[in-house]
Design a protein around this ligand. Structure first.
Ligand code: DOR
Length: 424
């Protein structure tokens, strides 16, 4: 099977290049000026080809919470967002803390045959923080990392053992940083707006203490660690200093932390409730600086779909989370590239290349010989985000009604078209 994409603006690692891309048997076989017979020729002049997004922080909810999302709906949403590879978090029911659940997810995703799904195994059994999960068996079954996402492993000795044991299998721990005692049920950022609204806040220290603890462990053990969804200016400072000291730390953030501030909580819309919470302007600006100077390596979504009944309750009772996988490219393009912070290649490094490098995954760039995981996008297309049109079951987003640029037109995984906006 040969597909020829003609006259595209292709986003390579350091430049955007007008070229043709030939895909043969699922692989990018040539980039350049190409005329040859092909089974399908796609004229892409005026359009941009980006490397498929690698979203290394996604909740697919299956098994157990299929009312919120399942592997089928989550993967359909992913490819609609230009995502070709995703890593899914283990806070399912049963928890993904053993090889049986890892195998189940891998096999279900293969049956769907949409994007590449890489399970993340739990660090501890049942994510209870008490004893290590079946790390070796999960690694053999295809887990690409470990995390107790949704909570921190509060016992530092267990976290130490996890980092040591994980490294024997070439896996990294992805740390959700939240000191549960200090969080004490807080639902938003602690500050002026939490006081005005009468909502219980979470200090920045809730996050920063655990970022520091996990960095201390990584430094003492000389092992790698990855910090999830960084939201605080002080967390960015801690990670920056650790990197300067040679600690093997990588980190990610999400669109909500570089676009929003906690001014949005004042109308009590539970779509704004997310953990860690959106914070203040100095945090938002520091997150952008962190992305710019490489302190924060990756942009992920923390795609956390919830059913309406989980969100249509009072703020204190609502579930934490934002359904983000269908909007991350357009939001990131609009707020980071159109606003002049990044060039498009710089953005795609953070959405595709760096996640691949962080977890040792395949792909992450448009280059000859690599899997043809890519998306054709129309950067000029402006539209208003309408969550009722999401393919995800989770319609929970604070970005509903936002005007963005950058529409995903087609998504290719291993050279096969898995999403085509024209067919919607
Ligand atoms: O807001 C969040 N929702 N943060 C997390 O860490 C977990 C996630 C979820 O699973 O819903």
């Amino acid at each position: 099977m040969k597909i020829l994409i003609k006259n595209a603006d292709a986003v390579l690692l350091d430049e955007v290049k007008r070229c043709d891309i030939l895909i043969e048997d699922g692989v990018i076989s040539r980039i350049g000026s190409i005329s040859c017979p092909a089974d399908r020729v796609i004229e892409a002049s005026g359009k941009t080809v980006i490397p498929g997004i690698i979203d290394m922080h996604v909740h697919l909810r299956e098994p157990g919470y299929e009312g919120k999302e399942d592997i089928s709906s989550g993967c359909r949403a992913a490819v609609a967002g230009g995502v070709t590879q995703l890593c899914c978090m283990p806070n399912t029911d049963p928890v993904c803390d053993n090889a049986v659940v890892v195998n189940y997810i891998v096999n279900r995703a293969k049956e769907e045959g949409l994007c590449k799904v890489r399970p993340i195994g739990a660090i501890t059994r049942g994510q209870k923080g008490e004893s290590l999960a079946d790390i070796g068996k999960m690694a053999d079954a295809g887990a690409v990392a470990l995390s107790d996402d949704g909570r921190s492993v509060m016992n530092s000795n267990i976290m130490r053992l996890a980092m040591e044991y994980a490294s024997d299998f070439g896996l990294k721990c992805l740390c959700h940083c939240e000191d549960s005692a200090l969080a004490d049920g807080g639902v938003v950022n602690e500050g002026y707006n939490s006081t005005v609204c009468g909502l219980k806040g979470q200090l920045r220290a809730v996050e920063d203490i655990m970022i520091s603890r996990d960095i201390c462990l990584a430094q003492s053990l000389d092992l790698p660690v990855h910090i999830c969804h960084v939201s605080t200016y002080s967390g960015v400072q801690i990670i920056r200093a650790a990197k300067a000291n040679g600690v093997k730390v990588t980190a990610e953030t999400c669109p909500q932390y570089f676009i929003l501030t906690d001014d949005i909580i004042t109308d009590f819309d539970t779509a704004t409730k997310v953990n860690p919470p959106v914070r203040e302007e100095r945090d938002r600006l520091a997150v952008i600086e962190g992305l710019k100077d490489g302190t924060l390596d990756c942009i992920v979504t923390d795609h956390a779909p919830h059913a309406q009944k989980d969100k249509q309750v009072e703020y204190n009772l609502a579930a934490f989370g934002i359904s983000g996988i269908e909007t991350s490219f357009a939001l990131s393009y609009t707020y980071l590239v159109k606003s002049g912070v990044f060039t498009l290649p710089q953005l795609m490094r953070r959405m595709s290349y760096n996640p691949a490098r962080t977890l040792g995954l395949e792909g992450g760039q448009i280059a000859e010989g690599l899997p043809a995981d890519l998306a054709i996008v129309d950067l000029g297309a402006e539209y208003v985000i309408d969550s009722s049109k999401f393919l995800s079951k989770g319609k929970n987003t604070p970005f509903n009604g936002y005007k963005v640029s950058g529409r995903v037109l087609k998504t290719f995984v291993d050279g096969e078209i898995k999403f085509d906006a024209e067919e919607l």
